[in-house]
Design a protein around this ligand. Structure first.
Ligand code: LMR
Length: 396
């Protein structure tokens, strides 16, 4: 049977990760996969995570099953982290299931939508994170695109985006990035989010929000602005969140799916379906990372430590944005890269051609995805100038 299968190429982002690891050149620079790196190029385990993990190992008395909805304490903490002191939470309209990472949350959300509306179409931004496509379309939902990024300005084509959303039929699903848009780094302003809320409400669309970088844009509360704004006035919302980046728990696969429903009874029905769907896909999510997050968020001192470490990551990335713009201005004076400084989160579209991306890799050992997405956190004080000089060379 398997003889008939075709050999397919590796996922673009993961293939790049493997190629970078295999590259023996000491000058190599990884601007590919979206992981935080410190100025030594390492992705450290956060100190607050180490402490919570040590306590967990010392105190855990059993490894028995938890259940398909995952760690209840984690789910409750995540609701508060994402929604804050939100009326939807108080009204009992939010239901949460712990998932294997943000990917699990995206897939579970898509499966729930498919169960409720098999013909629903999910509209994703152009461009969007490459893995959105297999995660969402894999559930059987149809995907379409709406305009988003404006390569001329490095910002959002807001007028075109709104015009496209305006044409969608009621009950269409709109996938939105809460903050730190992946892959472009171009986010909506608060006023633009308010306009999106009005449109979505008027047209009866369902927002499906992906928040994989809470705290890495402007801070945990500011980055959750869109979710809190939309869920205050809309009857329904789907929200996938990840703890990979903001807790540095990448390999622990820690995430959550939140569903906001019109009524508490609707929430119970949705939760019953989510639990059944999860059982059919992964049965139960891994507990280790979730229990670490629960311990951090439920302890005031640990939470403060986490907020401080998160701020450190955020400031490092913001600083690198400015430093890269400065270096590029010095080495590529004919090209304006100032948009990089005004974007948020880990990523930016560098705006070079696939051929130039290839030359950055083959001639300079600088790795980025083919669409020229760069992970700012891969830059270091010692390689910033090298990257700017290499850019000048490939631009010619
Ligand atoms: C990325 O966008 O690079 C990260 O979210 C890692 C991944 O799984 O693609």
């Amino acid at each position: 049977m398997f003889e008939k299968l075709e050999l397919i190429s590796a996922d673009g982002i993961l293939g790049l990760m493997a190629a970078f690891r295999a590259d023996q050149d000491p000058r190599k620079v990884d601007l590919g996969v979206g992981v935080f790196r410190d100025d030594r190029g390492e992705t450290p385990v956060l100190a607050c995570v180490r402490a919570a993990e040590a306590a967990l190992i010392a105190e855990q008395t059993t490894k028995t099953y938890v259940g398909p909805a995952g760690n209840a304490g984690f789910n409750q903490q995540m609701e508060q982290l994402v929604f804050g002191a939100h009326p939807a939470l108080k009204a009992g309209r939010v239901r949460t299931v712990q998932t294997p990472g943000g990917c699990g949350a995206l897939r579970l959300g898509a499966e729930l939508i498919r169960a409720a509306a098999p013909d629903a179409v999910v509209h994703v931004s152009t461009p969007t994170w490459a893995n959105h496509v297999p995660l969402l379309a894999g559930s059987g939902l149809k995907l379409e695109r709406y305009p988003y990024f404006d390569p001329e300005t490095g910002g959002v084509q807001f007028g075109a985006m709104m015009a496209a959303l305006e044409r969608l039929p009621p009950r269409a699903i709109v996938l939105l990035h809460a903050s730190c848009h992946n892959p472009t780094g171009a986010d909506l302003s608060q006023d633009e989010w308010r306009a999106v809320r009005e449109l979505v409400k008027r047209r009866s669309l369902l927002p499906f929000i992906d928040m994989a970088y809470q705290g890495l844009g402007e801070g945990p509360d500011a980055d959750a602005f869109a979710i809190r704004l939309l869920s205050a006035e809309l009857p329904e919302l789907v929200c996938a969140v990840s703890c990979s980046k903001n807790f540095g728990l990448y390999r622990e696969r820690t995430g959550a799916l939140h569903i906001v429903t019109e009524s508490s009874a609707g929430g119970d029905a949705a939760l019953s379906q989510l639990v059944r769907l999860a059982r059919g896909m992964w049965s139960m999510p891994p507990d280790h990372g979730a229990e670490i997050v629960r311990r951090i968020l439920s302890n005031a001192a640990a939470r403060e430590d986490w907020a401080g470490e998160l701020e450190g990551m955020r400031k490092r990335i913001t600083g690198l944005r400015h430093e890269l713009v400065r270096q590029l201005r010095a080495h590529c004076p004919r090209r304006d890269f100032s948009f990089i400084a005004s974007q948020r989160g880990m990523f930016s579209f560098f705006g070079i051609t696939p051929e130039q991306v290839r030359r950055m890799r083959t001639q300079h050992h600088i790795y980025m995805t083919e669409d020229s997405r760069i992970n700012l956190a891969g830059l270091r004080a010692e390689n910033l100038e090298y990257v700017a000089r290499a850019t000048a060379q490939v631009l010619g």
